[in-house]
Design a protein. Structure first.
Length: 441
């Protein structure tokens, strides 16, 4: 027997007590739920079709399902992908088919749908196809990879975003004032502390409310029966004294700059220190992984082509397992970047090409390297004289690929660092070959 969506428990955590029951109470996701937005119209008109909510933890996926359950005229069944097997799925599906014959809609909500294997997902497919059920799935993983293509093609995917600091502060204030939260008590808390809690939660409403609850329950009450929240209590409860690090402020940019420049200076010790400063302050590991990936090409490039692969692997590890486990993967990547030979030739190459691209936006593509899929294009000499490099002995041609106004421009200037010295020698060979064959058009 599935647990009811609406079981009431006065001892529920604050996050459960404050769960919005209507769209007006819901905070965030205005791109989906603002006035006139598609999802809001579908919910308000009770015209929901099968859909998937995709987003990080604590952004409202399950809450939206509960709001739909609260407003729909359909029978509502919730599944857990962790505990439900194929036998249970089939039993409920047969019940839903019987309801369909009687003219009643059934909405089935599946939390963590990405945890269902292919066979379990396939069990829903025929019932979705013939309209026995309306399927609503919630997932933190990319549906393109985790949900069967046949099932995915029959659903509409809505992407939910992390809540902003302002949205989380708004939600925390409501929890303090609402009787479902701490509205019957006098809570003295500053806006700065509320913002720190919101920053610590990193877009996760459940984490923000749980943190607020822990802090309030562990704060002192004065003689007037008022609860006073101070910075010391905050730091003790979350055990992160570096919370003052502001992920949207100057210190955020100072520390990511320190990491980047420490790696560029081949200083692995400093790089790991700045990495730890960010992670222990609640920084999103994926943000750091993205910056490391940029560094792999901007500051290393072809001096060590393996650097980019290691950076991408670290990003994927952060995506799959998150903190705190992924800290070691980021450490591996940061140390590798620090120790690798350095070259900024990729950065300089692109910036030089970008300048010419911006200043020569209307330069025509040389006819010789244009495609000619139609007779008219061939008559206009599209592709005429094209030389297929693989047909030549040296796999090289002297065909002109740059516009006339940019002829002989050089953007890639390799260094002697690491592997790039080999690419420099190869590039020199190519240029010498072209010079020796320039009259053999």
């Amino acid at each position: 027997m599935q647990k009811s969506f609406f079981e009431n428990n006065n001892n529920q955590p604050l996050a459960s007590r404050m769960r919005p029951m209507t769209l007006d109470e819901f905070v965030g996701q205005t791109h989906l739920l603002g006035e006139g937005k598609l999802l809001r119209r579908l919910i308000e008109s009770d015209n929901i079709s099968s859909l998937i909510f995709w987003g990080p933890p604590g952004v409202g996926k399950t809450t939206l399902a509960r709001i739909i359950a609260n407003t729909t005229q359909s029978k509502f069944i919730d599944f857990s992908a962790v505990t439900s097997g194929i036998k249970e799925i089939k039993t409920v599906m047969q019940e839903a088919e019987a309801n369909r014959i009687l003219g009643e809609k059934t909405i089935v909500f599946i939390d963590e749908i990405h945890r269902f294997n292919k066979a379990q997902q396939d069990a829903f497919l025929p019932f979705v196809e013939k309209g026995s059920i309306i399927l609503i799935g919630a997932t933190t993983e990319n549906p393109s990879f985790e949900i069967n293509s046949a099932l995915l093609s029959r659903t509409k995917v809505f992407v939910l975003k992390r809540l902003t600091t302002e949205e989380l502060v708004q939600m925390l204030l409501r929890a303090i004032k609402d009787n479902r939260g701490f509205g019957t008590q006098k809570i003295n808390i500053s806006e700065d502390i509320l913002k720190m809690i919101a920053d610590f939660a990193d877009g996760d409403a459940r984490k923000a409310l749980s943190t607020l609850e822990i802090i309030i329950l562990n704060s002192d009450t004065n003689k007037n029966n008022e609860i006073n929240i101070n910075l010391n209590t905050l730091e003790q409860c979350i055990t992160k004294k570096s919370l003052i690090y502001d992920k949207n402020g100057e210190e955020h940019y100072n520390i990511i700059s320190a990491l980047h420049k420490s790696m560029r200076n081949s200083d692995p010790d400093a790089a790991v220190y700045w990495l730890a400063r960010m992670l222990e302050s609640g920084e999103d590991p994926l943000y750091i992984a993205r910056r490391v990936t940029r560094f792999a090409s901007e500051d290393i490039g072809l001096a060590d082509p393996h650097a980019l692969g290691i950076a991408i692997a670290a990003y994927q590890a952060c995506h799959y397992i998150g903190m705190p486990e992924c800290s070691v993967h980021l450490t591996q990547a940061v140390i590798y970047m620090s120790m690798a030979p350095k070259s900024n030739s990729m950065y300089i190459s692109y910036e030089s090409a970008k300048k010419d691209a911006v200043n020569h936006l209307n330069e025509p593509v040389p006819l010789v390297i244009r495609n000619a899929p139609t007779k008219l294009m061939k008559e206009l000499n599209y592709g005429k004289g094209y030389q297929y490099a693989h047909d030549s002995k040296d796999k090289l041609t002297n065909m002109q690929c740059l516009p006339d106004s940019l002829l002989n421009r050089e953007y890639y200037i390799p260094t002697e660092q690491g592997f790039e010295s080999k690419y420099k020698a190869r590039l020199q060979q190519i240029k010498e070959w072209k010079e020796n064959h320039k009259n053999n058009q």
